[in-house]
Each structure stands twice: as structure tokens, then as C-alpha cells.
Design a protein around this ligand. Structure first.
Ligand SMILES: C[S@@+](CC[C@H](N)C(=O)[O-])C[C@H]1O[C@@H](n2cnc3c(N)ncnc32)[C@H](O)[C@@H]1O
Length: 404
């Protein structure tokens, strides 16, 4: 894939819409809503519940505004990435006690590694947690594997797995208790260096992915799956490639938070639950602004799930007590307030559904920038969809190898 052309095209599409994706809708309401073209909002308001759900999946029913249709078609094409096909089936004994998500990830990663790492003898996993991948790789491929993590308790649990009966043979696995950081780390850095070494990082949070890429310049093979992009800092962590620096997008903390929201199709129940959570949150925000304008934007926080399924008054009272606020309203008045702001809370929902259309595109921008960084340092790079997004939504894998 021509990563540079893809990044340039995506940047070109996304740039004009930065007022939508770079700001929080709720914190800037109602001014934030002005960034949304009136014909987009009129179209979204015309949707029934099933149309809203389809919009959440990126499908436009009826007669959508041409500008919205063109944008979504273009983002759809530019975020399409090839899939890694195949899995390495694990036995019941190998996966006992693992979640369906973890098993799925391991089966996909092992299948991806097998044909690409024939020259590898040693490997390191950055943020390896309990060392499941390390254990399976050392047994499957015979590698000497170093699983680095800063969490001693996780590694202790992993050591217990090693005592379980398993077939003879395979390589060796060692746990390294350490915090991986940018800059020289004489104890750790040699683990990442050597043409027969693989450097692996699965769901490396925020900037840890970049630390891995920087440490792995001398590795023969690199696999990285990122996550928690909201922990990145701009400009430190984006753009990181020379080409990306020449084509930057104005990513804000709100835009980075949006990149972690790219979700595959929600079920009907999940979508209904999301709408209910939004409805109470948005109404609560409007209530607190009306009665406590001096407090500015108030973070309602996550309430117990049952409160979203009940009356607004019960939810609002719980949040008010937590925040130490007292509007002097009865439950009936709180419920009546919620009803009175429904036009606003629906518009807030619709703006969120529209803004979420940018989430995957922004995530792909971050990964294209990283892919180009690896190319700029001489690697051959692939960017593939590796995991089923219903199980593991941060499913994009960067794969880099040195030509031998
Ligand atoms: C999201 S978990 C991923 C664990 C595992 N790779 C997986 O895919 O299941 C991130 C792991 O990275 C570890 N971690 C985070 N920052 C780290 C750092 N700077 N150095 C070492 N380990 C780190 C955490 O303790 C945690 O176990």
C-alpha cells in the first residue's frame, strides 16, 4: 500500500472538518453544534430510531445531503485496510482460563507470525502482561522469549501458567520486570536488537507503542498493535514521521479521545443503552448549566448502570449529591426539566452520531503516520486488520521487517 498517498488523501478529507472532530460537542454546546452543516442536522433529525442506528454504523438511509454522502464514501474507501486471514488453532489445554477475546487475539497473532518470522530466534514482548503470547510463541516456534512488563503481580500469575503440564520441547521464556521508557536503558535495549529478533507489542497503550518502535530499530521484525490513543500528546506523539510532519492535522485531546471510539456495529441493545446513557448525561449537563452556570462544564461521571434505566430524577439526584449540588427541585420538576430539553438532547445525540463517523479515519491517520515512520527508517511495512473488531476494536496491526 502507498501509505504516503493514503495519508495525504485522508488528511485532505479530514482537514476541512476539524471544527467538528477536534472539539467536544457537550463541553462547547450550543456553539459546538454550529460547526455541523444545517442540512446534515436536518437530515439526521428526519431519521427514525432505525435510521439513527444505521447512521451509527455509517449507513445513510433515504436522501442524505450530497456533502455527507460524499464524505462518508470517501472516508469508507480511505480507511479500508487489508485483512490478515487465517488463525493458528489453539488447543483447549493451551487456552483454558483465557477470555474469548484473548484466545482470538492469540490465534490471530500466532498465524500472522508463523510465515513472517522464519529467521527469528529470540523475541521480546513489550507490556507482555501475564506472558500468554510469550509462552505460546516459545512453545510453538522454539524462540527464546523475554516478556517485559512493569506489573509484577501479572507476571507472577504468568509464572503459574508455566507450571501447567505441556508437551515437551520449545524455547525458553523469561519474565523481565521493568518499565520501558524512551532513552537508553542498557539492561533492556539489547533485547530489541538483532536481525534474528522479533519485537512485539500488543495493545501498547498510548506512547508505549512509539517507544517500542524507537527501541526496535535494530530488530529484524516488529509487530505493534496500539491502543489508548487518548494517552498520546501532540506534538510529541503525532506526527512522528517526516512525511506526516509535512501533512499534519490539528489533533486535539478531544480528537485523540475520538480515535478510541471507533466501534464496529453495536447490537440493538448496545445502541439503545448508549442512547439512554447519552440522554441522561446530556439532560444533566443542561440542568447543571441552567442552575449552576458558575461551575462551567461539570463532569457527571459514570453512574451505576441501573440509574440509566430508571427515571431521570433518580439519576440526576445521584449525580447532584456526588457533586455537592442542590438545585432545590422536586423529582417531578427534575423529570419535567428533562422532557423540556429533549429537542436539545436529541440534537446532541445526532451531532455525536455524525462526529463518530470520523473516529476510524483519525485512528488510521495515526497508524499511517507510524507506518511511514517505520518505512523512513528502512523497514518493509504492512498495516493490516488483525482482530475481529466485535471482540477487539483496536484491531490494526503494524508489521515491519528488515529485508534480509
Ligand atoms: C493493555 S495491556 C496489554 C497486555 C498484553 N500485551 C495483552 O495484549 O494482553 C498493557 C500492558 O502494558 C504494561 N505496561 C504499560 N506501560 C508499560 C511500560 N512503560 N513498561 C512496561 N510495561 C508497561 C501494563 O502493565 C500492561 O500489562
Amino acid at each position: 500500500m502507498d501509505f504516503q498517498a493514503r495519508l495525504e488523501a485522508l488528511t485532505h478529507q479530514l482537514q476541512p472538518w476539524s471544527p467538528l472532530w477536534s472539539r467536544s460537542i457537550l463541553q462547547g454546546w450550543p456553539e459546538s453544534g454550529v460547526a455541523y452543516p444545517e442540512e446534515w442536522l436536518a437530515y439526521a433529525r428526519s431519521l427514525d430510531a432505525s435510521g439513527e442506528r444505521l447512521l451509527d454504523q455509517g449507513t445513510l438511509v433515504g436522501v442524505p445531503p450530497p456533502s455527507l454522502l460524499a464524505l462518508l464514501n470517501s472516508l469508507h474507501a480511505l480507511t479500508a485496510l487489508p485483512w490478515h486471514e487465517g488463525l493458528h488453532a489453539l488447543t483447549v489445554a493451551e487456552t483454558q482460563g483465557l477470555s474469548a477475546k484473548k484466545r482470538h487475539e492469540l490465534e490471530r497473532v500466532l498465524a500472522l507470525l508463523a510465515p513472517r518470522t522464519r529467521f527469528v530466534h529470540e523475541a521480546v514482548d513489550i507490556g507482555g502482561g501475564m506472558g500468554h503470547l510469550a509462552r505460546l510463541c516459545s512453545r510453538t516456534f522454539g524462540w527464546t522469549f523475554h516478556s517485559i512488563d512493569r506489573d509484577a503481580a501479572l507476571q507472577d500469575k504468568g509464572r503459574r501458567w508455566l507450571t501447567r503440564p505441556h508437551p515437551p520441547g520449545g524455547g525458553t521464556l523469561g519474565f523481565v520486570l521493568a518499565t520501558v521508557e524512551d532513552g537508553p536503558q542498557p539492561q533492556l535495549d539489547p533485547l530489541f536488537s538483532g536481525r534474528d529478533r522479533a519485537s512485539i507489542g500488543l495493545h501498547t497503550c498510548g506512547p508505549l507503542a512509539l517507544t517500542q518502535l524507537r527501541k526496535s530499530q535494530g530488530a529484524g521484525f516488529v509487530l505493534n498493535v496500539g491502543c489508548c490513543y487518548d494517552k498520546l500528546e501532540v506534538p510529541r506523539d503525532y506526527p512522528v514521521s517526516r512525511f506526516g510532519k509535512a501533512h499534519p492535522l490539528p489533533l486535539t485531546p478531544h480528537a485523540l479521545a475520538l480515535t478510541t471510539r471507533g466501534r464496529h456495529h453495536k447490537t440493538e441493545v448496545e445502541f439503545a443503552r448508549m442512547k439512554q446513557v447519552y440522554a441522561w448525561r446530556f439532560a444533566f449537563d443542561l440542568l447543571s448549566r441552567r442552575h449552576f452556570p458558575e461551575r462551567g462544564f461539570v463532569r457527571a461521571g459514570d453512574a451505576p448502570r441501573a440509574l440509566y434505566a430508571g427515571r431521570f430524577a433518580a439519576y440526576a439526584r445521584d449525580r447532584l449529591v456526588r457533586l455537592g449540588l442542590e438545585p432545590g427541585m422536586t423529582d417531578a420538576e427534575l423529570d419535567a426539566f428533562e422532557v423540556s430539553v429533549r429537542a436539545d438532547t436529541r440534537d446532541l445525540l445526532l451531532c455525536h452520531l455524525l462526529r463518530d463517523r470520523f473516529a476510524r479515519a483519525l485512528e488510521v491517520v495515526l497508524l499511517l503516520d507510524r507506518a511511514i515512520l517505520l518505512e523512513e527508517s528502512g523497514f518493509q511495512v504492512e498495516l493490516l486488520q488483525l482482530f475481529d473488531p466485535r471482540l477487539s476494536p483496536r484491531n490494526l496491526a503494524l508489521i515491519a521487517s528488515r529485508s534480509t
